[in-house]
Design a protein around this ligand. Structure first.
Ligand code: ARG
Length: 256
């Protein structure tokens, strides 16, 4: 009799524990709960960055909020950083990533992407007194890029995959700092971010250089491979904000 009672207490305890765990699980995130966790690298103004109060803001952030509203889900943003963002999507720490991520064939092997929502291209940033005038001119020079970005790929294409002339820190602001400190002759990065830097630093004498060899890059939202549920939701929102003009409105409000 004593045993029966003991088992009864144990099973009650187990039942309670599992109910508790289930409750915790459901309060986290996922399509079913109508709330998605969004990872980003918030050091990429004006696309995604931290404002003075420590809020994650920017064009990408407003776009995702508009997509969420249009498709009927809630979002919570997490500042993960750039390189760690990719494993965070893969291991489910975040439901998707927004980070000015260019849709590339290489990334498509490991991730799925939403429809494109923004177009950019690479831009070269140099000190105003530089003799660099084109992408070709970067040969034999030191070039700073954010690691594992499309800018990094483009520069590897010119200088070689293992070139010691490529300086590749973990963030774009650090890449620009390397150039300002004289550790690199130029920095290469996404056009909106390079232009924003120039705009925000009128007292630094800089020049930007476009080059026809830079291909158009489409930004997409990135999800774990096979997560059709989230992709469908995102594409539904993107379609709507493209059609009702909201997407263009957000972009224009920043990039005028
Ligand atoms: N568009 C480039 C890429 O996909 C750079 C994106 C970097 N984004 C960022 N938030 N740091 O590689």
């Amino acid at each position: 009799m004593k045993y029966v009672r003991k088992y009864w207490v144990i099973s009650l305890f187990v039942l309670g524990l599992s109910t508790l765990l289930a409750a915790c699980g459901s309060s986290s995130s996922g399509v079913a709960d109508g709330k998605l966790v969004v990872g980003t690298d918030a050091a990429y103004a004006p696309m995604e960055y931290m404002d003075d109060k420590g809020n994650i803001v920017g064009i990408d952030i407003d776009i995702v909020k508009a997509i969420a509203e249009a498709a009927g889900f809630e979002v919570e943003f997490k500042n993960i950083g750039w390189d760690p963002l990719f494993p965070a999507v893969e291991n489910g720490e975040v439901d998707f990533a927004v980070s000015s991520i260019t849709i590339t064939e290489d990334r498509r092997k490991t991730f799925d992407f939403s429809d494109p929502y923004f177009v950019a291209n690479q831009l070269i940033l140099v000190p105003a007194d530089s003799d660099i005038e084109s992408f070709e001119d970067l040969k034999g020079k030191k070039v700073a890029v954010q690691i594992n970005t499309t800018g990094h790929e483009v520069v590897k294409g010119l200088l070689g995959n293992t070139s010691k002339d490529i300086v590749a820190p973990e963030s774009m602001p650090l890449a620009i700092t390397e150039m300002l400190n004289g550790n690199a002759d130029a920095a290469v990065g996404d056009s909106p971010v390079v232009l924003e830097y120039v705009k925000n630093n009128p007292n630094v004498e800089l020049e930007t250089i476009e080059d026809d060899s830079f291909e158009k890059e489409n930004y997409g939202l990135m999800v774990k491979k096979g997560n059709k549920e989230v992709i469908d939701l995102l594409n539904k929102g993107i379609k709507e904000i493209k059609e009702n003009g909201k997407l263009q409105e957000i972009i224009d409000s920043y990039l005028k």
